[in-house]
Design a protein around this ligand. Sequence first.
Ligand SMILES: Nc1ncnc2c1ncn2[C@@H]1O[C@H](COP(=O)(O)OP(=O)(O)O)[C@@H](O)[C@H]1O
Ligand SMILES: O=C(CO)[C@@H](O)[C@H](O)COP(=O)(O)O
Length: 534
Amino acid sequence: MAFADYYLGFDFSTQQLKVIAVNEHLRVVYEDNVQFDKDLPEFGTHGGVHIHTDKLTVTSPVLMWVKALDVILEKMKTSEFDFSKVKALSGTGQQHGSVYWKQGAKRVLQTLSANLPLHSQLETCFSISESPIWMDSSTTAECRHLEQSVGGAQALADITGSRAYERFTGNQIAKIYKQKPEEYAQTERISLVSSFGASLFLGDYGPIDYSDGSGMNLLNFRQKIWSEECLKACALNLNEKLGSPVPTSLILGPLSSYYVQRYGFSDDCYITAFTGDNPASLAGMRLEEGDIAVSLGTSDTLFLWIQEPTPALEGHILCNPVQTQDYMALLCYKNGSLMREKIRDDCSLGSWEDFSKVLQMTPPGNNGNLGFYFEVMEITPQAIGVHRFNVNNQRVSDFPKAVEIRAIIEGQFMAKRIHAKHLGYKILPQTRILATGGGSCNKDILQVLSDVFNAPVYTIATANSACLGSAYRAAHALAMHTAGTSFADIVKLAEEHKLLVTPRPGSDEIYEPLLKRYAECEAAMIAESIKHFN
Ligand SMILES: Nc1ncnc2c1ncn2[C@@H]1O[C@H](COP(=O)(O)OP(=O)(O)O)[C@@H](O)[C@H]1O
Ligand SMILES: O=C(CO)[C@@H](O)[C@H](O)COP(=O)(O)O
């Protein structure tokens, strides 16, 4: 059967650019990706990023993202994807990263020649060629300055939904303003990775949406306008360089004629505002209040749909991407998939299958052994290094390999459960955990997640929920615009969530006391880290 309409979602994530197309029944009809390290080796990235010699500064080449779009569209063309059926598209990007468009770039975007790839035309359009990204932790001084300027960390959280975080865009811009004043002066527009993606498709500057905008330490998250005092504390003339933020479900306009002429898109294809990958995942997983989403991507994140925001010194409040008056609470862990990969490789396990076998063979609770694994400075808690504790809470320098594998997975999930509780989240009998991201393909990892939370784990049709959510959001914006249809109504068409694992009997008895011990060891470890750094 031939389908009439397609909706596209793109995801400019940390390690790759992904695309998903759904038909009018919201079934996935096309899925592909371009891996930055493997497919674009000329940019010399590892895991899609450049870690600088200070080990704190982390950037990605902006032109790599542009070239990845050229490559993925060419791949779709080669697979005879029918671009003419696409009614609307949207997209998403890793959160917090920033792109600096040079004076004159808008004109180039507006006059793209369909005979040439994007990257050759946009080569000279960026005043900063290496975009700071979410893994960066080099802006501690800027964070303290911003908090002091508005009356402290909690005051900043009350305005923007988060205390100052190194990766948040306002602090990154402040660093560039201080350290690269000429480049800052030459910048006519600053985009997030998400609104940069929208700009490429629009052939003009795409606005920042409320949801991703609330990950900048700059947006008044309740009023949904830039906070004048935050802008002023970060850089001069920031208001005009950012443009006005817009609702996440806004239709920005038709697709640039570049794509119509070069790829055969219809000139009636519309673009919905792009947003951050975690908000887009919330849409893709069709999260409902009471659910808890756990994303196991490059970063690990945990997020909830909330109505009553209580900004605190731990975690973030973001504007909800599908319901403008609601919010989402988010926790982010830097030591996610790459840390698991490192332990897998350090334990000489060649594959995820071997890693899984170890999880299957080792007992839940790991005989009381606990571990904290932070290759890079963690966000929650702010700590670094590997810290192992035996059953008597004594520090040990190493674990046997099998114990190590279970310790990292149990530790990562115990941390999430403890921190979710700090956010006010309670596990109820009806709690569903919705898992996504690359690591959610691994059922044995999800079994540990289910056991630690004592709740069932569900997944959706693809691990690329941010991409899928973008395709849904594109379909929704069009339906809302023409018929006032709600997002909940649109996604009724989507496939049911799939129950993947349930907690093993007795999990609660094992993990209740262990969670208490984990929290105590975490507190001890933080106290030691503070002593060490002072
Ligand atoms: N079977 C698996 N078990 C555990 N982790 C996996 C598995 N397959 C992929 N991954 C992890 O998924 C990560 C990529 O996740 P993904 O969500 O695609 O990342 P991002 O969107 O941040 O680019 C990889 O770094 C890899 O470690
Ligand atoms: O910093 C955060 C959220 O605050 C990260 O979650 C980024 O949004 C990166 O996402 P992935 O590429 O890991 O999905």
